[in-house]
Design a protein around this ligand. Structure first.
Ligand code: IMP
Ligand code: MG
Length: 368
């Protein structure tokens, strides 16, 4: 398995299978064009390798031309094609073989064919290394096909994911992540526990509260629990590695889960990195950080009110409450930056009834 940017890919098509497929195309093109002096029109950037392999084995005279169009962003086609670099010199009256790396929706091919018609070429045919028959929406015949593939996203042999992966000699396929892993945040009094209970049921996730995990390990005197306790007894902070190891054990114990709601962890940048590293070993990752957002004054009022009836001393002193809130804000700010940099921060308005807030959280959870 390999990682490109934030995604994981697994081996899919070997070098020798690629070679065989290329040979199949070369034989046909040699048959059809040996006496015609065609122009190979190479669609940049992805078709560069395929084109090179074909043209080197072409047995007649030929010329090359390049065109560059753009339609893909990340792993999705935008549906809109823009010409980045057009054909030069003119292809008027020529027999053109379009060389593509992959034909997916066919939007790119269609745009290029439009250009060729305007150029008044004598004839054109399409050669592509890969073809996704289930994604193709056009009527043009794709004349030469190296290999049919399903609607997977692939990289290698010229194909890229946001610029990376082109230089791989084999084809790798995007590994679909199975888990929904969410880091849940909420200031004291925002009702995070209540929401986590509802969400874990609805999405069949496991709620991992770091506090509970600590208490469980210490109570049951597990090796890690005893280790953690030795630090606590000395008045020291439990080192990140110990906490991470406890969470790992918790995740491993439940490896069949649909995913996890992490609660109370990570709290620092280095913890967030450690969590990413651990999950990526499993080909998984954090889908998003979801934070309940509530204005400080509102929370203070809410907690003071709770203090009146619950008698909890930490809910009766306004300055203590503000202190807890500030501590929360400071810690979250760091993580907000960390996850926002990966477009994974989702703030949710935490003011309203429990049901209203659940509904807002579900909108975010659904798309993660
Ligand atoms: P179409 O316009 O939808 O047919 O897409 C063709 C272009 O999209 C290709 O030239 C590639 O640049 C890109 N593309 C489509 N599918 C993949 C894929 O699985 N991996 C990498 N790029 C792809
Ligand atoms: Mg391309």
């Amino acid at each position: 398995m390999i990682q490109l940017h934030d995604l994981f890919f697994e081996k899919f098509i070997s070098e020798s299978e690629i070679n065989q497929a290329v040979n199949g195309v070369v034989v046909q093109i040699n048959d059809d064009y040996k006496k015609k002096s065609p122009v190979f029109l190479i669609v940049l950037n992805g078709a560069f390798f395929f084109a090179s392999d074909i043209i080197q084995r072409f047995e007649g005279n030929c010329e090359m031309s390049f065109i560059k169009v753009a339609s893909y962003e990340g792993t999705q086609s935008t549906g809109e094609i823009s010409t980045v670099m057009g054909v030069e010199p003119s292809l008027k009256g020529r027999d053109v073989i379009i060389i593509e790396d992959i034909v997916d929706s066919g939007n790119t091919i269609e745009a290029i064919i439009e250009i060729l018609k305007q150029e008044e070429v004598h004839s054109f045919r399409i050669a592509t290394m890969f073809y996704k028959p289930k994604a193709y929406t056009k009527d043009y015949k794709v004349d030469y096909i190296g290999m049919d593939i399903a609607n997977d996203f692939i990289v290698g042999y010229g194909l890229d994911y946001n610029g990376l992966g082109r230089n791989l000699n084999e084809i790798y396929r995007l590994k679909q992540r199975k888990m929904k892993n969410i880091v849940l945040f909420g200031p004291p009094g925002a009702g995070k526990g209540t929401q986590a209970d509802v969400l874990k049921e609805k999405y069949n996730l496991l709620h991992i509260s770091t506090g509970d995990v600590f208490r469980y390990n210490i109570k049951n005197e597990t090796e890690l629990g005893m280790l953690a306790k030795s630090f606590m007894d000395n008045g020291d902070l439990v080192p990140d590695e110990v906490t991470i190891d406890m969470l790992k054990a918790e995740v491993e114990k439940n490896s069949e889960a649909n995913g996890f709601i992490f609660d109370g962890f990570p709290r620092t940048n280095s913890q967030a990195k450690a969590l990413d590293a651990f999950l990526s070993e499993k080909g998984e990752g954090i889908n998003g950080m979801v934070a309940l957002e509530v204005a400080e004054d509102l929370l203070v009022a809410r907690l003071l009110k709770r203090g009146e009836t619950s008698g909890r001393s930490d809910d009766q002193d306004e300055s203590k409450i503000r202190n807890r809130f500030n501590e929360y804000e400071t810690k979250t700010a760091v993580l907000k930056d960390y996850y926002a940099a990966q477009n994974k921060y989702f703030g949710v308005d935490g003011v309203g009834s429990i049901e209203e807030i659940t509904e807002r959280l579900c909108v975010v959870f659904d798309k993660l």
